[in-house]
Design a protein around this ligand. Structure first.
Ligand SMILES: [Fe+2]
Length: 409
């Protein structure tokens, strides 16, 4: 074990990605997924027998794709700054496709060019895109104006955050999603550190906050002793790492990715969750109330963790398992920083830094928190009851049944 909390500086990266563009799943029941994305607050822009494509309000043509196929998370796309960046990836990344026009429905929605490859450490399909175009969608609701104590920004106007004031309804309906914020991967220990280095070397990602693998008193149940030993045996004490895009002096999200070690012995890398930005705290709670009401009516959704406010990144969050157990997060008010931020060490020997409150500024306690719920779809409380075939496809990164989809990316 080293005393170095942060990954060592690496050589010049192949490219510096500027954002996360979209995520890609496959699922046997596109009708169930269409109901889910509508309940989540995405806007469906294409649906046929083979694929469901959705977007947010930001000027990107889509940010969520579900193909008909086995229940599975496939991967995600990075947005890069130029076509030259796509050329650089095609030249330097083993197994990368040539640069090509985005084809099919995805090309019709926003044009652009891309490359893709199957990343060998995790088995995820990673894509890089440039030149996609779309007009923004207008929000249906006005931006909320808050009165703070002693600072009245809203005078003479009654607050009606959900359109619920007249008449009072139980379910405020879904929030409006603006954009995709971050993707989190849970990767077997050791491989997870290799994947962090891959993200630095390939997409130029920077470390925002990195956690050292030493256990704070009172949190032992979240960090099984074999895992502690496993992390230490990798030769690095970096347990997890919040990573962001290097946009120089321009601001970017505190984290566009987080890489976690898989805590439960699951042998292959898993999708922890993806976070979608909504406008305000009221929208996060609106999503929470809507999912609670829909779940009470029998919709196949399950709470993973929320509502709370994180320490690292500061987002107000709410995490829900979708019909197949993949966690989708509503979040708002995250930290925005430039390339001068950090890297910071989260010293996990200091209970004040991780905290005994699940890493929250406020929100669920450790006992109630979803620390265990964010390692992959196997953490869904409904996972054990799923058919064997679904459980196997969810946890496997095998893409053989989806080769036709991968070939068309
Ligand atoms: Fe998150």
């Amino acid at each position: 074990m080293t005393d170095t909390a942060i990954m060592p500086e690496t050589a010049t990266p192949i490219v510096k990605a500027v954002d996360i563009a979209y995520i890609r799943f496959s699922a046997p029941d596109l009708d169930a997924m269409e109901r889910f994305v509508n309940d989540f607050g995405l806007v469906v822009v294409h649906r046929d027998d083979e694929v469901l494509i959705s977007r947010g309000l930001e000027p990107m043509p889509f940010l969520h794709v579900v193909h008909r196929g086995p229940a599975k998370f496939m991967g995600w796309a990075f947005e890069v700054e130029s076509e030259g960046d796509l050329d650089a990836l095609a030249d330097a990344v083993p197994g990368c496709s040539p640069v090509h026009d985005i084809g099919g429905v995805e090309g019709e929605l926003g044009g652009g060019k891309r490359v893709h490859f199957v990343e060998p450490i995790t088995g995820f399909v990673l894509e890089a895109v440039h030149g996609q175009q779309a007009e923004p969608l207008a929000p249906r609701r006005d931006r909320i104006t808050y009165n703070h104590a002693g600072v009245d920004d809203r005078v003479g106007v009654e607050q009606d955050v959900s359109g619920n004031r007249y008449p009072i309804k139980k379910d405020p309906g879904p929030p409006e999603v603006y954009r995709l914020g971050h993707v989190v991967a849970a990767v077997p220990p050791g491989a997870h550190q290799a994947f962090m280095r891959f993200l630095e070397n390939t997409f130029g990602m920077l470390v925002s906050d990195a956690a050292r693998m030493i256990i704070p008193p009172g949190a032992e149940e979240h960090f099984p002793p074999p895992l502690v030993e496993l992390i230490k045996s990798t030769g690095s004490d970096v347990m997890f790492q919040f990573m962001r895009m290097d946009r120089g002096a321009a601001e970017t999200d505190h984290h566009s990715m987080l890489v976690l070690p898989l805590m439960d012995g699951t042998p292959e890398a898993q999708f922890s969750h993806a976070a979608f930005e909504v406008f305000s705290m009221d929208d996060v709670f609106r999503g929470h109330m809507h999912f609670r009401e829909r779940a009470a009516e029998g919709a196949p959704y399950a709470l993973a963790w929320g509502v709370g406010r994180h320490v690292y990144g500061s987002q107000i969050y709410d995490y829900w398992h979708d019909p197949y157990g993949h966690v989708h997060e509503h979040m708002c008010d995250g930290d925005r920083v430039d390339a001068s931020y950090g890297p910071n060490t989260i010293d996990m020997t200091d209970p004040g830094q991780l905290g005994d409150n699940g890493g929250n500024q406020w929100g669920p306690t450790v006992e109630e928190s979803g620390v265990h719920n964010l390692n992959g779809p196997q953490c869904d409380p409904r996972f054990a009851d799923r058919p064997d075939e679904i459980r196997a496809s969810l946890l496997s990164r095998d893409l053989s049944e989806l080769q036709h989809v991968v070939d068309a990316i």
